[in-house]
Structures are given as C-alpha cells and as structure tokens.
Design a protein around this ligand. Structure first.
Ligand SMILES: NC(=O)c1ccc[n+]([C@@H]2O[C@H](COP(=O)([O-])OP(=O)(O)OC[C@H]3O[C@@H](n4cnc5c(N)ncnc54)[C@H](O)[C@@H]3O)[C@@H](O)[C@H]2O)c1
Ligand SMILES: O=P(O)(O)OC[C@H](O)CO
Length: 332
C-alpha cells in the first residue's frame, strides 16, 4: 500500500486530494489534512467542502484528518497546499513524522516574505533529507475538481521522482507534464498572481483591452528577466506554468488575484476586499517579496513594483498608473 497525503484543506488542497483519490489504484491511499475540524468532519461525512469548493462532490474514498502526524505517516508523496506564507511553519511541524522515502511537492504559488525564498527552497531548508518538487500551472481548483480538462507541470531535479508523482495523480482530464526547471515553474506561478492583480486594476478602471494585452505581454517580459537572473529557462516561461497560468489568471474574474485588482480598480479599498473573503489572495503577499527580489538581483520589474506600491504602500492607483505610462521609451 502506498499513500499520498495532501496538506491543506482549502480549495486547491481539496481539489488535488479529490483528483488523487480518483487517480488511485486499489493499492493507493489518499489522505487530506485540514487544520479546521469542521472541514474534516464535513468531508468525512460525505458532504464535501462547501466553504472552499461549493457544489463539488468528493469521492467517498477520500478521508480527511486534522492530525498532521496521522496524515503524513507512511506517505511516500506529500502535496503541500497551504498559502505560501504558511508553508514553512506547516512543513516544520510535519518533518519529524515523514517516512524516509517521502517526496514533498509544493503546490503553493508565492515567495516567502522576508527571506525571499521560493517554496522549494523553503522545503529544502525545512526537510533537507527529502526531494522537493513543485506542481504549478493554469488550474482553477473548481474546474479541476469538476473534472474539466486541466494540464499542469510537475518539476523536480530527478526525473524518476517527477515521473512517479505524475503517474500517481494523472487522469485523462488532469494531465501533468514533467519538467526539470524548478526555478522557472515556481517563479512563473508566483509572479503571475501579482500581474493578475495589475490586470484586474486595468479592467476595473476600464482602461481597455489594449492595456490588458500590453500588461500581460510586458508582464511576461519582466517575469522572464527575473527567471533568467535566477537561472531558469525562458522556454519554460512560454509553457503552462508561465504564459498558461498568466493568461488564465489575468483573464478571468474567477481568479482571486484578478478580482481583487478589479475591485481596487473600481475604487474599493484593499482592506474591504480582503475582509470580505476567507480564502488567500497570494499576489498581495508576494508583491513585496518579488519587488525586493527584483531589486536584489538588479532586475527591472515595473509592473510588479507598481502593484506593490498599491497593495503594500497604499499609493493612489491613478498616480501609479501615470508613473508606469511615463517611463522612458525603450526597445521591446
Ligand atoms: N484555488 C486555486 O484555484 C489554486 C490553484 C493552484 C494553486 N493554488 C495555490 O494553492 C495555495 C493554496 O490555495 P487555496 O486556493 O487552497 O487557498 P484557500 O484559501 O482556499 O485555502 C487555504 C487553506 O490553508 C489553510 N491555512 C491557512 N493558513 C494556514 C496556516 N497558517 N497553517 C495551516 N493551514 C493554513 C486554510 O485553513 C485553508 O484550508 C495558494 O498558494 C494558491 O496560490 C490555488
Ligand atoms: O484564484 P487565484 O488568483 O489564486 O488563481 C488560482 C490559480 O493559481 C490559477 O492557476
């Protein structure tokens, strides 16, 4: 018997656990850890996870637990699906219970504030004896959980381990692609959340489709500069975890990042928008980390810094947009 544990009972954790359960053969177990006992009870009683994935029924074989040790005990694959800023603390509290062969897969999209660490670097620091992989791509949890066709990337340094994770979770409607470019895969997912906020602001301010296309394209260019500086490859940025996820997230009000930007663009305050939701909007927390990272590596990221001015420093949106538009002319 092998076991896959999913850590985090929010929208994406629940969707991944449901999909992994559907992909399991008879000899494979799937367990979901959620810190909230009510979520655990509701899942185990077969009533789904309505607070995070309304109207999605979960496979009866999916078992949830609020006991972290129980969840990871004997697991050979552990998917970590908490918000990015919580990943270190959660990983630290489960490391001692990991099986020696456990592989850790970050499914969070963000960069740690303060230390400016990508998620696999956090995993490597907290659990150095275990392989650290990343799973990312254009994946709205609800669509994936409803078995709508979804493709994504699993990246890691050792191909046989990446292939093992892909094989365990693959379904006809949930297609993993393997990659060895961990840096580009995780940075593409982290930066797109910040850019999606910018696209939301543009839509909310009614600045037009031309402006949105320009933001997406120039946003990809600045993501590419950061990825190159960190040692990742541009061709990865052109794939599912880069362009694919940016196009998805920046183009849909289903996205929490895009819709937050939209509300800001319409004049709502950040506090009011965040106060009205119980789920994470990663770009708000990653904007400052990306801006600092860019500064540290001497990379020009004007759109991410503009978002940071708005969400971290509370600058007036029109002043920030004016600043972006009055930058010196340059080559593409
Ligand atoms: N929802 C999606 O469509 C989607 C898709 C791909 C990737 N992601 C990424 O997955 C990560 C999780 O997103 P989500 O949509 O599941 O978020 P969510 O807000 O729906 O759920 C977050 C979960 O983490 C738990 N949590 C919050 N703080 C915690 C802490 N300090 N310690 C332990 N648990 C904590 C919450 O109780 C909740 O169960 C994010 O990085 C997000 O960018 C989300
Ligand atoms: O709702 P968002 O903005 O957190 O986006 C969810 C996923 O990351 C889309 O791939």
């Amino acid at each position: 018997m092998t076991k896959l544990a999913v850590i985090g009972g929010g929208a994406w954790g629940t969707a991944l656990a449901a999909l992994a359960c559907k992909a399991a053969t008879g000899a494979e177990e799937t367990v979901l850890w959620a810190r909230d006992e009510t979520v655990v009870e509701t899942i185990n009683e077969g009533r789904g996870n309505p607070g995070y994935l309304p109207d999605v029924s979960l496979p009866p074989a999916l078992k949830a637990t609020a006991d972290l040790r129980d969840a990871v005990d004997g697991a050979d694959i552990v998917l970590l699906v908490t918000p990015a800023q919580a990943l270190r603390a959660v990983t630290r509290s489960l490391t001692a219970s990991l099986a020696p062969n456990a592989v850790l897969v970050s499914c969070a999209k963000g960069v740690e504030q303060g230390d400016l660490k990508p998620m696999t670097a956090v995993l490597a620091e907290e659990a150095p004896a275990h392989s650290a992989l990343v799973l990312s791509g254009p994946t709205f949890a609800r669509e994936a959980a409803l078995d709508k066709p979804t493709a994504f990337v699993v990246a890691g340094g050792e191909r046989s381990i990446v292939d093992r994770v892909c094989a365990r979770i693959a379904l006809p409607t949930f297609r993993p692609y393997a990659s060895d470019d961990v840096v580009a895969v995780e940075m593409g997912g982290a930066v797109k959340n910040v850019l999606a906020i910018a696209c939301g602001v543009v839509s909310g301010r009614d600045l037009g489709e031309n402006a949105k296309a320009a933001l997406i394209t120039r946003g990809l260019a600045e993501t590419g500069r950061l990825i190159s500086a960190l040692g990742g490859r541009m061709e990865t940025l052109n794939g599912l975890s880069g362009m694919g996820d940016l196009v998805l997230t920046a183009g849909s009000l289903q996205s929490r990042n895009m819709s937050l930007g939209y509300a800001l663009g319409q004049g709502k305050s950040l506090e009011a928008v965040l106060g009205s939701r119980h789920t994470v909007t990663e770009g708000v927390w990653t904007a400052s980390a990306i801006t600092e990272m860019a500064r540290k590596h001497g990379v020009d990221m004007p759109i991410c810094s503009a978002v940071n001015e708005i969400v971290t420093n509370g600058k007036d949106i029109d002043t920030v947009i004016g600043g972006l538009l009055s930058r010196p002319l340059k080559e593409e």
